[in-house]
Design a protein around this ligand. Structure first.
Ligand code: AMP
Length: 279
């Protein structure tokens, strides 16, 4: 497995592999890898990529000033071992200063799907995501890139950016990997105390209950979402948002019904957790 730290070196290697006719997959991550990330690598293998490039970069540009950039968990050694075991063929570990050179002044802004949900609560977040993902696409020349449904809005925003800017690759979205308890796997789960982890189960449980109910017959969004929000607050979390949107346009839906996505963000103590279900 190749290890790259310099953007230019990764780019040169990927260009050569591409010229040799190899199919390249890119899996962008912020590291502290878990089963969710590894499922994206497995998906790349399933799709018969010859080269699977995993990027591990805690991208400062997508964090707000009061967010957890500095304390975001990092473990390069463990990440390398996990990438190797999962079948990655290259890992890219850039530093902020070699990704963003002095006087970096160019950003990519998606102006529709980024507006609501996490985009409304985390100003500048998707500008940071789009910028780094566009850079990674230019460095790795992937035939396809794999993202997780865990970050549903992010996957939709990236798909739109690819369409709008004619990036020549496919975006694959892989399902959410959960712990046996139902808790969506996340690097941020490491912040949770035992009692916070227990309380967090309300997210997946209330979403699963709503999905079961709405799949049987559509529900008016307002009352169904209020019920989810109440359950989350009762468990001791603080709701950031609970919304039901059209799965493609991300516009608010009046009914929780097939073709919609219900998304939640909530603070469990100091930790902001997100989860979602497609109906
Ligand atoms: P992150 O390192 O949190 O930025 O995530 C990197 C990629 O892994 C994103 O495309 C995420 O959506 C995806 N991912 C994170 N957690 C999960 C999960 N539990 N299941 C599936 N994909 C995930």
């Amino acid at each position: 497995m190749k290890i790259f730290r310099e953007p230019g070196k990764l780019q040169k290697w990927c260009r050569a592999r591409k010229s040799a006719g190899k199919k390249i997959a890119l899996v962008p991550t912020m590291g502290y890898l878990h089963e969710g990330h590894l499922s994206l690598i497995a998906e790349a293998r399933r799709r018969k990529a010859d080269e699977i490039v995993v990027s591990v970069f805690v991208n400062p540009v997508q964090f707000g000033p009061n967010e957890d950039y500095a304390k975001y968990p990092r473990d390069e050694k463990a990440d390398l071992a996990k990438c190797r075991a999962a079948g990655a063929t290259a890992v890219f570990f850039p530093t902020p200063s070699n990704m963003y050179l002095d006087r970096h002044s160019t950003y990519v802004v998606e102006e529709d799907l980024s507006k609501g949900l996490c985009g409304a609560r985390r100003p500048g977040h998707f500008r940071g995501v789009c910028t780094v993902v566009a850079k990674l696409f230019n460095l790795a020349h992937p035939d396809f890139a794999v993202f997780g449904q865990k970050d549903y809005q992010q996957a939709q925003v990236v798909k739109r950016m690819v369409r709008d800017l004619n990036f020549d690759l496919d975006i694959v979205v892989a399902p959410i990997v959960r712990e046996p308890s139902g808790l969506a796997r996340s690097s941020r789960n490491t912040y949770l105390s035992a009692s916070e982890r227990e309380a967090a189960l309300v997210l997946s449980r209330s979403l699963a209950a709503l999905k079961a109910a709405a799949s049987a017959s559509p529900r008016p969004a307002k009352s169904a979402l209020a019920k989810v929000a109440a359950a989350i607050e009762k468990a001791g979390l603080k709701v950031d948002y609970v919304e039901c949107v059209d799965a493609e346009t991300l516009e608010n839906a009046k009914r929780v019904a097939s073709g919609t996505c219900v998304l939640v963000a909530a603070y469990d103590g100091k930790t902001r957790l997100i989860d979602n279900v497609l109906i």
